[in-house]
Design a protein around this ligand. Structure first.
Ligand code: ATP
Length: 603
């Protein structure tokens, strides 16, 4: 397994950041140039102030002089205000244009991102990328650019003015800077991995929060509260511990850094007064130097703060990078035409050839081999946890086999593009996701060009016709984001009809008919075979009566296919199949009886 952290660190974030900023480079450059002017505009008010003090000290100021000075001061402040406003305006316009572009690109890329990649990321991770990481870029583009440049430029301009008055004053004003910079470097040491860790914890916490919100109704039903959601509680504790450790590590250093940046007055004032005594400087020059110099380094605190934030911004860019890099895959040249599955050349529509799969260290499937005959009806049965859905996930491209090969006809499934695979193999499971939109849109998801007759036909087979007819607007009924207006069983029927409409040569139904009772389920398979006789069907079902008519039944136990054949043969020779067959009747006749009547009921 690849180490996600080192892989992420290997992505060079700075070039990606520049590439993201490139489309707005002119606007941003203009914003920065205006910021420099605004930082320069901070100086004249000080010069005017020092001039006023000089006039006041000599007692030569007339009312007109003071009014003039006040006017100039007001004008200087107004110019500074206008320049900063313009710089901010431009940086914000650039930021929001870029953000809109980046978000649109991300959404487009999400649509073409490989299923495997999406499967590996929790919804919390993706939320963090699409919302928080992009939001952080807004902070960087709209605020940090202008504010950090101003914070850097302002001490430089002040140092130049001080050097112009007397270079020794500039040197005295800068004396505490090396000390503060060394402290800052020490402070930041070892913070990088912590910031990475912080990002990971936030991602995990987001995921747990989304899961918690989704499961809130279930937890309420069982009278549980947030404290019972152990995973989230652990993550919150980890987050709290991490923040506390980071605060403990950084706060004393930050405070010392801040104090040092403002401490240059300790050198500047005595040194300026000494120069005045040596007749090297006028008193007004000393006052001007102290006014300018005493606060000149404080803006660097913002720069230092930014340098700790840039780590998070770049980590966000690194997270964005893989998603931004996805390109729509060209249809695979080797994908067999869907209709070919029924040809004799594709007598074996699907072949699992010694396929193994693990979740981490846990082996789920081991050397699984079987074939699905083209146009045949195969059922996959086995105890819970045997690996049946994992086989469906492999065929649906949600996970990749660790070893072995899955072939569609003669072509390896792994060599097909996602579009090629989706055009050949359709998967419907119990977990159906319905999008906000009309029922018709939801049904035609896999085949937007499907005609009304085809949709109605599929809906009839999926036993969805009656309840659709009862909906206020039939097929035009708008569904909520998760199809909340439909019951679980109705949603499953829609998912089933959707898979039928896609008309893929191979169809995998993973507990997709769990909504139906035994008899309805059996009738459904009969209707399905009659309507689509050429379709290769793989059905995962717990209710064996429904699939007893299958051409082939594969028995899976602990990730291995232990037997395969027709119902009658398996019933005769396969102990596990016999047990599964018996168990379904036990469960069908199972009931809760008052204590003490159990024996009587069994006899
Ligand atoms: N994402 C995952 N991470 C780790 N283990 C998983 C994951 N998904 C499934 N498993 C495990 O893999 C095993 C096989 O799961 P699978 O869903 O394929 O079984 P199944 O035969 O379909 O079971 P059921 O009939 O109950 O649906 C189970 O033990 C399950 O806990």
């Amino acid at each position: 397994m690849t180490d996600g952290t080192s892989a992420r660190n290997a992505i060079p974030a700075r070039p990606i950041l520049w590439r993201l900023l490139f489309p707005e480079r002119h606007r941003l450059a203009l914003a920065l140039a205006i910021t420099l002017l605004a930082a320069l505009a901070e100086l004249p008010p000080y010069a005017l102030l020092s001039q006023s003090i000089g006039l006041a000290l000599t007692g030569t100021a007339s009312g007109g002089d003071l009014l003039g000075l006040a006017g100039w001061m007001g004008a200087a402040l107004l110019i500074k205000f206008l320049l900063y406003s313009l710089a901010y305006y431009l940086s914000h316009v650039a930021a929001y244009r870029l953000l809109a572009d980046i978000r649109q690109t991300l959404v487009r890329r999400l649509a073409v991102a490989p299923l495997i990649w999406l499967q590996r990321h929790s919804s919390g991770d993706l939320k963090k990328i699409v919302l928080q990481d992009v939001e952080r870029l807004e902070q960087f583009i709209a605020h940090h650019t202008v504010e950090c440049l101003a914070a850097l430029a302002s001490p430089v301009f002040v140092a130049l003015v001080l050097a112009w008055i007397d270079w020794r004053l500039a040197a005295a004003a800068l004396l505490t800077l090396p000390l503060a910079a060394t402290l800052q470097a020490l402070l930041m040491r070892g913070l990088g991995p912590r910031i990475e860790d912080y990002g990971r914890t936030i991602g995990a916490l987001n995921g747990a929060t989304v899961e918690y919100i989704r499961n809130a109704p279930v937890m309420k039903a069982f009278c549980q509260n947030a404290r019972s959601f152990e995973h989230m509680r652990d993550l919150l504790a980890r987050y709290h511990a991490m923040i506390t450790a980071m605060t403990r590590k950084t706060v004393p250093g930050w405070s010392a850094f801040m104090v040092l940046l403002g401490a240059n007055i300790v050198f500047l004032l005595p040194f300026g007064l000494w120069l005045h005594r040596q007749h090297a400087l006028e008193l007004t020059e000393v006052i001007l130097a102290v006014m300018l110099g005493s606060g000149m380094l404080k803006p660097l605190f913002k720069v230092a703060h930014f340098s700790s934030e840039i780590g998070e911004i770049l980590a966000g860019v690194r997270r964005l990078a893989p998603l931004l890099a996805f390109q729509p895959t060209a249809p695979a040249a080797v994908a067999p035409a869907p209709a070919a599955a029924a040809d004799s050349a594709f007598a074996d529509a699907i072949t699992f050839d010694r396929v193994s799969f693990s979740y981490g260290a846990r082996t789920i499937l081991q050397d699984v081999s079987f074939t699905l005959k083209a146009g045949g009806f195969t059922a996959l049965v086995g105890p819970s946890g045997a690996g049946k859905s994992t086989i469906a996930h492999l065929m649906g491209g949600l996970v990749l086999a660790d070893r072995g090969d899955i072939r569609v006809g003669a072509v390896s499934l792994s060599s097909l593009s996602e579009a090629g695979r989706a055009g050949l193999i359709g998967v419907a499971s119990q977990d159906s996701f319905l999008f906000a939109g009309t029922l018709m849109d939801n049904l035609r998801l896999g085949r937007p060009e499907a005609g009304a007759d085809m949709v109605r036909h599929a809906a009839r087979i999926a036993q969805a016709e009656d309840f659709i007819a009862a909906l206020p607007e039939g097929y035009a009924t708008t569904l909520g984001e998760r199809g909340t207006r439909l019951s679980g069983g109705e949603r499953q029927r829609i998912a089933l009809a959707r898979a039928l409409i896609s008309q893929t040569p191979v169809l995998v139904l993973d507990e997709a008919t769990a909504f139906a009772d035994g008899r309805t389920e059996r009738r459904f398979y009969q209707a399905l075979r009659a309507a689509y006789p050429d379709q290769t069907l793989l059905v995962i079902a717990h209710r064996l009566t429904a699939i007893a008519q299958a051409d082939q039944i594969l028995v899976l136990e602990d990730g291995r296919v232990i037997d395969g054949g027709r119902h009658a043969d398996l019933l005769e020779r396969c102990p596990l199949y016999q047990t599964l067959w018996r168990r379904q009747f036990d469960s069908e006749t199972w009931s809760i009886r008052p204590k003490g009547t159990a024996d009587a009921a069994h006899s």
